[in-house]
Ligand binder design. Structure first.
Ligand code: T3D
Length: 266
């Protein structure tokens, strides 16, 4: 049987591919478990300094596998358990990983699939890709962070429009609305995403992880709390070998050699 998730360990980063193309990479429990294991494995590897998440075939991910939600007439299903067990921890993990996570949205990203992409730090999309908040089409409310990410990224009017109509948002519009970072031609997407990972594989990883933490905390902090946090995070960043190397390299007029080490050597 095909693996629901493929992992390719490259020098300094990993490529994780959702691999249920016959269902447009819809999430079932096997794929959730495999993805959680792949993320834990990447996090535990000190050599992993970036992660690329993409989908096999023509889609990124079509959200929950609806085959697992088909009921007999009159039968009702209790939702929420899968969110507690899988989707919510997945979104939190993607945000908390101590290195940049890049989504390469190679095709349709629908329902939870769209919101898992938006939970990544940098979202790149193929020109032909679309983002669909598909929940309204089947009588559901948003999940996997959609009601949190969308209004923050594109404002309430556009967010609610997307949610209530479930209209597909083409990648180019997603880019111009500020939902995602960049669009690339379909045949260039993976090369561009990998180029970014190669860049992050020699970046000052701890500083980038602290940057993620600052941005996450800023969602709820007031300015003075955030200023205090920035001070504390800067203290941590300043204690890294990479900061010392960055300053030395600046004065020696050469490119820095960042190790990304999560613990400094002194
Ligand atoms: O625990 C919980 O359940 C709560 C959590 C909910 C999280 C969610 O994600 S809810 C939202 C679930 N997702 C959707 O509602 C999207 C369903 N899919 C679509 O609307 C369309 O497939 C797309 C817009 C994504 C793509 O359309 P199109 O025309 O390009 O492809 P298609 O022909 O509809 O799909 C191709 C095949 O994939 C098809 O199978 P077939 O007919 O060739 O055998 C289709 O059934 C299958 N497929 C697509 N999405 C899903 C799926 N199979 C199962 N689950 C899917 N989500």
């Amino acid at each position: 049987m095909d693996q629901p998730v493929l992992v390719d360990a490259r020098p300094g980063f990993r490529v994780i591919t959702l691999n249920r193309p016959q269902r447009l990479n819809a999430f079932n429990e096997d794929m959730h478990r495999a993805l959680a294991a792949a993320l834990a494995d990447a996090e535990a590897d000190p050599a992993c300094r970036a992660l690329l998440l993409t989908g096999a075939g023509r889609a990124f991910c079509s959200g929950q596998d609806l085959q697992d939600r088909l009921t007999e007439p009159g039968e009702r299903i209790v939702l929420g358990g899968t969110l507690d067990k899988f989707y919510n921890p997945l979104v939190c993990k993607l945000r908390a990983l101590p290195f940049p996570v890049i989504a390469a949205v190679n095709g349709t990203a629908a329902g939870a699939g769209a919101n898992v992409a938006l939970a990544c730090d940098i979202v790149l999309a193929a020109r032909s890709a679309t983002f669909i908040q598909a929940f309204a089409k089947i009588g559901l409310a948003p999940d996997s962070g959609g009601s949190w990410f969308l209004p923050r990224l594109v404002g309430r009017a556009r967010a609610l429009g997307l949610m209530l109509t479930a209209e597909p948002l083409p990648a180019e519009k997603a880019e111009s609305w500020g939902l995602i970072w960049k669009v690339h031609d379909d045949d260039k997407l993976m090369a561009e995403a990998e180029k970014l990972c190669v860049h992050f594989a020699s970046a000052p990883t701890v500083g980038l992880a602290l940057t993620k933490r600052a941005f996450d905390a800023a969602e709820t902090n007031d300015l003075s709390t955030q200023l205090d946090l920035e001070r504390d995070l800067q203290r941590e960043a300043g204690a890294t070998d990479d900061y010392a190397e960055g300053v030395r390299a600046f004065f020696e007029k050469r490119p820095p050699r960042f190790t990304g080490k999560r613990q400094n050597s002194t």
